[in-house]
Design a protein around this ligand. Structure first.
Ligand code: ADP
Length: 210
């Protein structure tokens, strides 16, 4: 059983890697971004609280996401381990997490800001299955390869919002690198590797954390 956190700036590939690794290990991927987007789509109370913050590229208030994650980790499928993708994002969230979860490893994906801006502003996603794409590799294709749904640009991937998300990351989330280094849990992986190389590195690190 491994309880894992994926840390890293927006656009570092946390979601992509979390999906690959979760499938390999047979554990759930818990993405607060996906949970919040689905809460918005379903117009739940949480969704209504989260929407304005997300559209502006700001963090949703700690108490909202903490409650969401606490409830999710209490579900049966998390007993065999999980990957938290996008949580915690503040020291307050990390401190709250300590009270209801025991982590085995924190994987930090380290990517330079210039690369992130390019990736995020060119990102397109399938609104149905969440599959991510980049305009540079789509060759004009406008639909999802998996289910044919027309791809969209997330509201928070618009250029103005991308910059505020990076600013928020540096101010609020980057301090978690030291937080988890001090806890002896941190494993940093450089972002100048290919997708496959990063997955392989992550699996190696996790194997050693068992
Ligand atoms: P990315 O990692 O590309 O920024 P996410 O899907 O993880 O995308 O998050 C999108 C947005 O959802 C964030 O900008 C933020 O508004 C909100 N969000 C997700 N996770 C959290 C969290 N742990 N705390 C606060 N807000 C969050």
């Amino acid at each position: 059983m491994l309880n894992i956190v994926f840390l890293g700036p927006p656009g570092a590939g946390k979601g992509t890697q979390a999906k690959i690794v979760c499938e390999k290990l047979g554990i759930p991927q818990i993405s607060t971004g996906d949970m919040l987007r689905s809460a918005i789509a379903n117009q739940t109370e949480t969704g209504l609280k989260a929407k304005t913050f997300m559209d502006a590229g700001q963090l949703v208030p700690d108490e909202v996401v903490i409650a969401l994650v606490k409830e999710r980790l209490a579900m049966d499928d998390c007993k065999k381990g999980y990957i938290l993708d996008g949580f915690p994002r503040t020291v307050e969230q990390a401190e709250a997490l300590q009270t209801f979860a025991k982590l085995d490893a924190v994987v930090d994906l380290d990517v330079a800001d210039e690369v992130l801006v390019k990736r995020l502003s060119g990102r397109r996603v399938c609104p149905l299955c969440g599959a991510p794409y980049h305009v540079d590799r789509l060759n004009g294709e406008k639909s999802c390869k998996v289910d044919g749904t027309p791809l969209i640009q997330r509201d928070d991937d618009k250029p103005e919002t991308v910059l505020s998300r990076l600013e928020v990351y540096h101010k609020k989330t980057a301090p978690l690198i030291d937080f988890y280094k001090n806890a002896g849990l941190l494993h940093s992986i450089g972002g100048d590797l290919t997708l496959e190389e990063i997955s392989a590195e992550i699996l190696k690190v996790l194997e050693a954390s068992k």
